[in-house]
Design a protein around this ligand. Structure first.
Ligand code: PMP
Length: 345
Protein backbone atom coordinates (compact mmCIF):
# COMPACT_ATOMS: atom_id res chain seq x y z
CA UNK A 1 0.00 0.00 0.00
CA UNK A 2 1.04 3.60 -0.60
CA UNK A 3 1.92 5.69 2.46
CA UNK A 4 -1.34 6.76 4.10
CA UNK A 5 -0.30 10.39 3.65
CA UNK A 6 -0.26 9.86 -0.14
CA UNK A 7 -3.78 8.40 -0.10
CA UNK A 8 -5.53 10.90 2.17
CA UNK A 9 -6.69 14.21 0.68
CA UNK A 10 -4.09 16.84 1.64
CA UNK A 11 -6.71 19.11 3.30
CA UNK A 12 -7.90 16.19 5.44
CA UNK A 13 -4.37 15.11 6.33
CA UNK A 14 -3.60 18.60 7.65
CA UNK A 15 -7.06 19.19 9.17
CA UNK A 16 -7.21 20.45 12.75
CA UNK A 17 -10.42 18.81 13.97
CA UNK A 18 -13.06 20.47 16.11
CA UNK A 19 -12.44 19.66 19.74
CA UNK A 20 -15.60 19.34 21.76
CA UNK A 21 -15.93 19.86 25.51
CA UNK A 22 -16.36 16.11 25.94
CA UNK A 23 -13.16 15.48 23.99
CA UNK A 24 -11.12 17.66 26.31
CA UNK A 25 -12.52 16.16 29.50
CA UNK A 26 -12.60 12.36 29.44
CA UNK A 27 -12.80 11.23 33.09
CA UNK A 28 -15.95 10.01 34.85
CA UNK A 29 -15.24 11.21 38.37
CA UNK A 30 -16.30 14.87 37.97
CA UNK A 31 -19.70 15.90 39.40
CA UNK A 32 -20.16 19.41 38.10
CA UNK A 33 -20.18 19.89 34.34
CA UNK A 34 -20.11 23.55 33.36
CA UNK A 35 -18.04 23.09 30.22
CA UNK A 36 -20.41 22.40 27.29
CA UNK A 37 -23.18 25.02 27.54
CA UNK A 38 -25.73 22.29 28.21
CA UNK A 39 -28.96 22.83 30.12
CA UNK A 40 -28.46 21.55 33.70
CA UNK A 41 -32.06 20.22 33.71
CA UNK A 42 -33.64 17.21 31.94
CA UNK A 43 -31.14 14.59 33.09
CA UNK A 44 -29.80 12.44 31.40
CA UNK A 45 -30.45 13.58 27.83
CA UNK A 46 -29.37 17.14 28.63
CA UNK A 47 -25.74 15.99 28.27
CA UNK A 48 -23.79 15.55 25.06
CA UNK A 49 -22.92 11.90 24.44
CA UNK A 50 -19.41 10.47 24.45
CA UNK A 51 -18.00 11.53 21.03
CA UNK A 52 -15.92 8.34 20.83
CA UNK A 53 -18.48 5.90 22.30
CA UNK A 54 -15.84 4.33 24.55
CA UNK A 55 -18.14 2.08 26.63
CA UNK A 56 -19.68 0.56 23.52
CA UNK A 57 -16.29 0.08 21.87
CA UNK A 58 -15.05 -1.72 24.98
CA UNK A 59 -17.88 -4.26 24.57
CA UNK A 60 -17.63 -4.62 20.81
CA UNK A 61 -13.87 -5.15 20.84
CA UNK A 62 -14.32 -8.37 22.82
CA UNK A 63 -17.24 -9.58 20.69
CA UNK A 64 -15.41 -8.87 17.41
CA UNK A 65 -11.87 -9.61 18.62
CA UNK A 66 -10.59 -6.27 17.30
CA UNK A 67 -8.69 -3.61 19.31
CA UNK A 68 -10.75 -0.59 20.40
CA UNK A 69 -8.63 1.80 18.35
CA UNK A 70 -9.51 -0.17 15.20
CA UNK A 71 -13.26 0.48 15.62
CA UNK A 72 -15.34 3.37 14.26
CA UNK A 73 -19.06 3.78 14.90
CA UNK A 74 -21.16 5.69 12.40
CA UNK A 75 -24.75 6.80 11.92
CA UNK A 76 -25.31 3.54 10.06
CA UNK A 77 -22.49 2.09 7.98
CA UNK A 78 -23.68 4.61 5.37
CA UNK A 79 -21.78 7.26 7.35
CA UNK A 80 -18.56 5.25 7.06
CA UNK A 81 -19.11 4.81 3.30
CA UNK A 82 -19.46 8.57 2.84
CA UNK A 83 -16.39 9.21 5.00
CA UNK A 84 -14.28 7.00 2.72
CA UNK A 85 -14.96 9.41 -0.16
CA UNK A 86 -14.57 12.54 1.94
CA UNK A 87 -11.25 11.35 3.39
CA UNK A 88 -9.57 9.74 0.40
CA UNK A 89 -10.99 11.17 -2.83
CA UNK A 90 -10.22 14.63 -4.17
CA UNK A 91 -13.43 15.74 -5.95
CA UNK A 92 -13.08 15.90 -9.71
CA UNK A 93 -9.70 14.14 -9.60
CA UNK A 94 -9.76 10.76 -7.89
CA UNK A 95 -11.94 7.75 -8.63
CA UNK A 96 -13.40 4.69 -6.94
CA UNK A 97 -13.90 1.22 -8.43
CA UNK A 98 -16.71 -1.11 -7.41
CA UNK A 99 -18.36 -4.34 -8.42
CA UNK A 100 -21.69 -3.92 -10.28
CA UNK A 101 -24.42 -4.54 -9.32
CA UNK A 102 -23.93 -3.78 -5.67
CA UNK A 103 -25.21 -1.63 -2.81
CA UNK A 104 -26.36 1.69 -4.29
CA UNK A 105 -24.92 4.02 -1.67
CA UNK A 106 -21.33 3.65 -2.89
CA UNK A 107 -22.31 5.24 -6.22
CA UNK A 108 -24.53 7.86 -4.59
CA UNK A 109 -21.78 8.91 -2.17
CA UNK A 110 -19.36 9.08 -5.10
CA UNK A 111 -21.78 11.38 -6.96
CA UNK A 112 -22.37 13.58 -3.90
CA UNK A 113 -18.64 13.97 -3.48
CA UNK A 114 -18.05 14.54 -7.22
CA UNK A 115 -15.89 11.43 -7.49
CA UNK A 116 -15.81 9.26 -10.61
CA UNK A 117 -17.34 5.85 -9.87
CA UNK A 118 -16.18 2.95 -12.07
CA UNK A 119 -18.58 0.01 -12.19
CA UNK A 120 -17.04 -3.37 -13.03
CA UNK A 121 -19.73 -5.81 -14.11
CA UNK A 122 -20.01 -9.15 -12.30
CA UNK A 123 -20.43 -12.34 -14.32
CA UNK A 124 -23.71 -14.25 -14.67
CA UNK A 125 -23.10 -15.93 -11.30
CA UNK A 126 -22.60 -12.48 -9.76
CA UNK A 127 -18.87 -13.07 -9.29
CA UNK A 128 -16.17 -10.49 -10.08
CA UNK A 129 -13.04 -10.90 -12.19
CA UNK A 130 -9.82 -9.73 -10.54
CA UNK A 131 -8.38 -8.91 -13.97
CA UNK A 132 -11.30 -6.64 -14.88
CA UNK A 133 -11.17 -4.90 -11.51
CA UNK A 134 -7.42 -4.35 -11.72
CA UNK A 135 -7.80 -3.09 -15.29
CA UNK A 136 -10.30 -0.46 -14.10
CA UNK A 137 -7.82 0.86 -11.52
CA UNK A 138 -5.45 3.68 -12.45
CA UNK A 139 -3.14 6.10 -10.65
CA UNK A 140 -6.10 8.14 -9.37
CA UNK A 141 -8.04 5.19 -7.94
CA UNK A 142 -8.21 5.57 -4.18
CA UNK A 143 -10.95 3.10 -3.23
CA UNK A 144 -12.16 -0.33 -4.33
CA UNK A 145 -15.52 -1.50 -2.97
CA UNK A 146 -16.55 -5.10 -2.42
CA UNK A 147 -19.80 -6.10 -0.77
CA UNK A 148 -19.87 -9.68 0.50
CA UNK A 149 -22.45 -11.13 0.75
CA UNK A 150 -23.42 -8.81 -2.06
CA UNK A 151 -26.58 -6.74 -2.19
CA UNK A 152 -28.77 -7.26 -4.26
CA UNK A 153 -27.48 -10.62 -5.53
CA UNK A 154 -27.17 -12.17 -2.05
CA UNK A 155 -24.07 -14.31 -2.72
CA UNK A 156 -20.65 -14.34 -1.07
CA UNK A 157 -18.03 -12.78 -3.34
CA UNK A 158 -15.11 -15.02 -4.34
CA UNK A 159 -12.45 -14.54 -1.65
CA UNK A 160 -9.69 -15.26 -4.15
CA UNK A 161 -10.67 -12.10 -6.05
CA UNK A 162 -10.89 -9.92 -2.93
CA UNK A 163 -7.50 -11.23 -1.75
CA UNK A 164 -5.92 -10.59 -5.15
CA UNK A 165 -7.12 -6.98 -5.16
CA UNK A 166 -5.98 -6.54 -1.54
CA UNK A 167 -2.55 -7.87 -2.56
CA UNK A 168 -2.15 -5.89 -5.77
CA UNK A 169 -3.91 -2.55 -5.23
CA UNK A 170 -1.97 0.15 -3.40
CA UNK A 171 -5.08 2.09 -2.26
CA UNK A 172 -7.92 1.33 0.16
CA UNK A 173 -10.05 -1.83 -0.22
CA UNK A 174 -13.44 -1.72 1.47
CA UNK A 175 -15.19 -5.00 2.21
CA UNK A 176 -18.80 -4.31 3.19
CA UNK A 177 -19.93 -7.18 5.39
CA UNK A 178 -23.40 -5.90 6.29
CA UNK A 179 -24.76 -9.45 5.84
CA UNK A 180 -21.75 -11.45 7.11
CA UNK A 181 -23.67 -13.00 10.03
CA UNK A 182 -25.78 -14.97 7.54
CA UNK A 183 -22.89 -15.93 5.27
CA UNK A 184 -21.34 -19.03 6.83
CA UNK A 185 -17.83 -17.85 5.92
CA UNK A 186 -15.20 -16.07 8.06
CA UNK A 187 -15.16 -12.28 8.24
CA UNK A 188 -12.32 -10.23 6.75
CA UNK A 189 -11.83 -8.92 10.30
CA UNK A 190 -9.46 -11.85 10.65
CA UNK A 191 -7.11 -10.17 8.17
CA UNK A 192 -7.28 -6.71 9.72
CA UNK A 193 -4.00 -6.90 11.63
CA UNK A 194 -1.97 -7.92 8.59
CA UNK A 195 -3.69 -5.73 5.95
CA UNK A 196 -3.07 -2.00 6.35
CA UNK A 197 -5.23 -1.13 3.30
CA UNK A 198 -8.34 -3.00 4.46
CA UNK A 199 -11.52 -1.36 5.77
CA UNK A 200 -14.29 -3.75 6.87
CA UNK A 201 -17.83 -2.44 7.26
CA UNK A 202 -20.46 -4.13 9.40
CA UNK A 203 -23.74 -2.93 10.86
CA UNK A 204 -26.20 -3.33 13.71
CA UNK A 205 -29.06 -3.00 11.18
CA UNK A 206 -29.28 -6.61 9.99
CA UNK A 207 -28.50 -9.64 12.21
CA UNK A 208 -28.50 -7.44 15.32
CA UNK A 209 -32.02 -6.21 14.58
CA UNK A 210 -31.35 -2.52 15.26
CA UNK A 211 -31.85 -0.72 11.94
CA UNK A 212 -33.99 1.86 13.76
CA UNK A 213 -31.24 3.17 16.03
CA UNK A 214 -28.76 3.80 13.16
CA UNK A 215 -25.48 2.28 14.20
CA UNK A 216 -22.84 1.00 11.81
CA UNK A 217 -19.26 -0.14 12.31
CA UNK A 218 -16.04 0.30 10.38
CA UNK A 219 -12.88 -1.60 11.27
CA UNK A 220 -9.44 -0.58 10.03
CA UNK A 221 -5.90 0.11 11.16
CA UNK A 222 -5.84 2.75 13.98
CA UNK A 223 -4.37 5.48 11.74
CA UNK A 224 -7.37 5.27 9.38
CA UNK A 225 -9.80 5.17 12.31
CA UNK A 226 -8.25 8.29 13.83
CA UNK A 227 -8.72 10.15 10.52
CA UNK A 228 -12.37 9.03 10.42
CA UNK A 229 -12.78 10.37 13.97
CA UNK A 230 -11.25 13.67 12.89
CA UNK A 231 -13.70 14.13 9.99
CA UNK A 232 -16.97 12.84 11.48
CA UNK A 233 -19.50 15.12 13.18
CA UNK A 234 -18.41 15.48 16.81
CA UNK A 235 -21.42 13.69 18.33
CA UNK A 236 -22.37 11.39 15.46
CA UNK A 237 -23.84 8.66 17.69
CA UNK A 238 -26.55 10.04 19.93
CA UNK A 239 -26.96 9.12 23.60
CA UNK A 240 -30.15 7.07 23.10
CA UNK A 241 -28.46 4.96 20.42
CA UNK A 242 -25.36 4.38 22.55
CA UNK A 243 -27.48 3.39 25.56
CA UNK A 244 -29.81 1.11 23.65
CA UNK A 245 -26.96 -0.57 21.79
CA UNK A 246 -25.20 -1.26 25.12
CA UNK A 247 -28.35 -2.92 26.47
CA UNK A 248 -28.77 -5.02 23.34
CA UNK A 249 -25.12 -6.01 23.19
CA UNK A 250 -25.35 -7.27 26.80
CA UNK A 251 -27.96 -9.83 25.68
CA UNK A 252 -26.43 -10.72 22.34
CA UNK A 253 -27.26 -14.46 22.68
CA UNK A 254 -30.62 -13.58 21.10
CA UNK A 255 -28.86 -12.53 17.91
CA UNK A 256 -27.68 -16.08 17.19
CA UNK A 257 -31.24 -17.36 17.72
CA UNK A 258 -32.55 -14.82 15.21
CA UNK A 259 -29.86 -15.76 12.71
CA UNK A 260 -30.69 -19.47 13.10
CA UNK A 261 -34.40 -18.93 12.45
CA UNK A 262 -33.74 -16.61 9.52
CA UNK A 263 -31.39 -19.18 7.95
CA UNK A 264 -33.94 -21.95 8.43
CA UNK A 265 -36.65 -19.81 6.87
CA UNK A 266 -34.33 -18.78 4.05
CA UNK A 267 -33.96 -22.41 3.02
CA UNK A 268 -37.70 -23.07 3.19
CA UNK A 269 -38.80 -19.85 1.50
CA UNK A 270 -36.30 -20.14 -1.35
CA UNK A 271 -37.34 -23.72 -2.03
CA UNK A 272 -41.05 -22.91 -2.01
CA UNK A 273 -40.55 -19.72 -4.01
CA UNK A 274 -38.64 -21.65 -6.69
CA UNK A 275 -41.68 -23.92 -7.14
CA UNK A 276 -44.09 -21.01 -7.81
CA UNK A 277 -45.50 -20.57 -11.31
CA UNK A 278 -44.26 -16.99 -11.50
CA UNK A 279 -40.66 -17.91 -10.65
CA UNK A 280 -38.00 -18.52 -13.28
CA UNK A 281 -34.96 -18.77 -11.04
CA UNK A 282 -33.94 -18.29 -7.43
CA UNK A 283 -30.31 -17.22 -7.02
CA UNK A 284 -27.96 -18.55 -4.36
CA UNK A 285 -28.15 -16.59 -1.13
CA UNK A 286 -25.67 -16.17 1.71
CA UNK A 287 -27.64 -13.28 3.22
CA UNK A 288 -31.01 -12.59 4.89
CA UNK A 289 -32.64 -12.03 1.51
CA UNK A 290 -32.60 -13.65 -1.89
CA UNK A 291 -32.91 -12.51 -5.47
CA UNK A 292 -35.40 -14.24 -7.74
CA UNK A 293 -35.97 -13.85 -11.47
CA UNK A 294 -39.68 -13.94 -12.24
CA UNK A 295 -41.75 -13.86 -15.41
CA UNK A 296 -42.90 -10.27 -14.93
CA UNK A 297 -41.33 -8.45 -11.97
CA UNK A 298 -43.40 -5.26 -12.24
CA UNK A 299 -46.71 -7.14 -12.40
CA UNK A 300 -45.74 -9.46 -9.52
CA UNK A 301 -44.55 -6.51 -7.46
CA UNK A 302 -47.81 -4.60 -8.02
CA UNK A 303 -49.92 -7.67 -7.27
CA UNK A 304 -48.12 -8.07 -3.94
CA UNK A 305 -48.41 -4.36 -3.09
CA UNK A 306 -52.19 -4.59 -3.57
CA UNK A 307 -52.15 -7.32 -0.92
CA UNK A 308 -50.04 -5.28 1.48
CA UNK A 309 -46.84 -7.26 0.85
CA UNK A 310 -43.80 -5.25 -0.13
CA UNK A 311 -40.73 -6.74 -1.77
CA UNK A 312 -38.05 -4.88 -3.75
CA UNK A 313 -38.22 -4.74 -7.53
CA UNK A 314 -34.57 -4.69 -8.68
CA UNK A 315 -35.36 -5.00 -12.40
CA UNK A 316 -33.59 -1.78 -13.35
CA UNK A 317 -30.32 -2.91 -11.75
CA UNK A 318 -27.57 -4.38 -13.97
CA UNK A 319 -27.90 -8.18 -14.44
CA UNK A 320 -31.16 -8.15 -12.44
CA UNK A 321 -33.77 -7.90 -15.21
CA UNK A 322 -37.20 -9.03 -13.98
CA UNK A 323 -35.79 -9.73 -10.54
CA UNK A 324 -37.30 -9.24 -7.12
CA UNK A 325 -35.28 -9.05 -3.93
CA UNK A 326 -37.06 -10.71 -1.06
CA UNK A 327 -36.12 -10.27 2.59
CA UNK A 328 -36.62 -13.28 4.87
CA UNK A 329 -39.36 -12.42 7.37
CA UNK A 330 -41.05 -14.34 10.18
CA UNK A 331 -42.78 -17.65 9.42
CA UNK A 332 -46.24 -15.97 9.12
CA UNK A 333 -44.83 -13.17 6.93
CA UNK A 334 -43.13 -15.65 4.61
CA UNK A 335 -46.32 -17.72 4.47
CA UNK A 336 -48.32 -14.63 3.55
CA UNK A 337 -45.96 -14.04 0.61
CA UNK A 338 -46.16 -17.66 -0.56
CA UNK A 339 -49.94 -17.87 -0.17
CA UNK A 340 -50.42 -14.66 -2.15
CA UNK A 341 -48.17 -15.88 -4.97
CA UNK A 342 -49.75 -19.33 -5.11
CA UNK A 343 -52.97 -17.56 -6.06
CA UNK A 344 -51.25 -15.33 -8.61
CA UNK A 345 -52.00 -16.10 -12.22
N1 PMP B 1 -24.16 -2.04 3.21
C1 PMP B 1 -25.03 -2.82 2.60
C2 PMP B 1 -24.54 -3.85 1.69
C3 PMP B 1 -26.41 -2.64 2.80
O1 PMP B 1 -27.28 -3.43 2.15
C4 PMP B 1 -26.86 -1.63 3.68
C5 PMP B 1 -28.30 -1.35 3.96
N2 PMP B 1 -29.24 -1.93 3.22
C6 PMP B 1 -25.89 -0.84 4.29
C7 PMP B 1 -24.55 -1.07 4.06
C8 PMP B 1 -26.26 0.29 5.19
O2 PMP B 1 -26.55 -0.15 6.44
P1 PMP B 1 -26.75 0.82 7.66
O3 PMP B 1 -28.14 0.60 8.13
O4 PMP B 1 -25.71 0.37 8.66
O5 PMP B 1 -26.49 2.23 7.20
Amino acid sequence: MKELKQLVRPNIWSLSPYTSARDEYKGHEAKVFLDANENPYNDPINRYPDPLQRDLKARICTIKGVPEDSIFFGNGSDEAIDLMFRIFCCPGVDNAVAIEPTYGMYGVCADINDVEYRRVLLDDDFQPSAEKLLAAIDGNTKLVFFCSPNNPSGNNIDRGVIDKVLDSFDGIVIVDEAYIDFAGVPSYLQQLSERTNLVVLQTFSKAWGMAGIRLGMAFAQPQIISIMNKVKYPYNINQLTQQRAMEEVMQHDRVQEWIDSILKERERLMKEFAALDCCIRVYRSDANFFLARVKDAAATYNYLVERGIIVRNRSKVALCGNSLRITIGTVPENNALLEALKNYK
